[in-house]
Every structure is written in structure tokens, then in C-alpha cells.
Design a protein around this ligand. Sequence first.
Ligand code: AMP
Length: 213
Amino acid sequence: MRVVMIGPPGAGKGTQARLLQERFGVPQISTGDMLRDAECRDTPLGREAHRFMSAGQLVPDEVVIGVVEERLQCPDASRGFILDGFPRTLAQARALEAMLERRGVVLTGVVEILVPQEELVRRLSGRLVCRGCGAMYHRDSNPSPAGAACGKCGGELYQRDDDRPAQIQARLTNLAREIAPVIGFYRASGLLRPVDGLGTVEDVFARITTGLG
Ligand code: AMP
């Protein structure tokens, strides 16, 4: 199973990717998680990524493509993967295609999770981020086990300026514009599987597995 998950923040992409990982025994590969981890460990990659991530910008294609290429060479990805947060640009989508072609494999499908904007605003306005390591929580659905502090590093949790309701709408519109070429690319190749992201986690998971056939 080789799957790409696409969806705005708050659509439940990470949750569904983890469920697919459990069901099919292939790793969830989240570029956001890998970059945050590198940031946390203060590696050269982490320091470079931090410049862009802290400004709310995409990390340059060549950096992220290199990270994914290396990760896909790990033995646990030989039977497949669930990519979460990659590709985000057309250049990344083309690079992924080339990587898979070199291995003589193809994508099983590209799952696009669809959630109406007002529901995303509701979900995202509860998000809290750690000032220390960038870990993310949600006031209601994923609270930190350490209360007002980060469960991973003990850092202070805060609400990002762009997670305030007034800012979220603008951010979602920008993100949708940014990902549109990638969606077009996969629609044209017949790989796109749009899935309704409303309902319980189990409902959405059932739709995804049906869509992937
Ligand atoms: P995420 O957790 O997927 O929202 O990613 C958090 C941040 O990591 C993004 O805002 C980007 O700065 C960076 N990032 C994650 N994935 C990518 C990607 N595929 N291309 C460029 N930047 C990325």
C-alpha cells in the first residue's frame, strides 16, 4: 500500500494516516513530524527548517524531497507507506513520482479528505502548540497529559496567532490555493480519491479503505 494523504490542517489526516499504518502495517511518514523532530534535536536540517517553519512558510522543495527520499529507503518502507504532508507542491509531486519510478512501483491512491471550512475553523481554534519543541495539542480532542505544559518537553503551550479564528480562514484559503496544483496533478493521473471527512473517525476510515479498494 503506497498512499498519499491530502487535506487541510484539522481535516484528520494524521489520525487517519495512523489508522492506515496500524491496519496495513506500513509506516506513516509525516514530513511535518520529521521536520519538527529535527528542529527539536537542533540538527543542521532542523535549524534550516526552523527558519521557514517559524515564519509559516514551506521548507524549500529540495530539502523536503531529500528528507523523504532518505526515509523511503528505510527497510520499513519497502512494503509501502502513508505519506502525510508530502507532496505539498507540484515539484514535490513530480519528485515523488520519479522516486517511485526508480523503484518500479506506483501509488495505490491519493486520499483527499474534504471538510467544510467552518468545521475546520472550529477544530483549529482549539489548537495549542509548544513553544519549546513545536508539539501540537487540542484543548478538547488531544489535551497535553501535562496540563498547561507540553507532555514531551515541559515547554509552555500557546495559541499561534494564525490559529485565532480571524486568521484561520485566510490561512485555509492560502493553503487550498497552494495545494490545488498537487490535487490537479493527481486528479489528472486518476489517482485522486476524495473522501468526506465529516463524521466519526471510524466512518471516515471506512470511506478511505473503501476508496482505496
Ligand atoms: P504540518 O505539520 O504538515 O502542518 O507541517 C508543519 C510545517 O512543516 C509546514 O508549515 C512547513 O513549514 C513544513 N512542511 C511540512 N511538510 C512540508 C512539505 N511537504 N513541504 C514544505 N514544507 C513542509
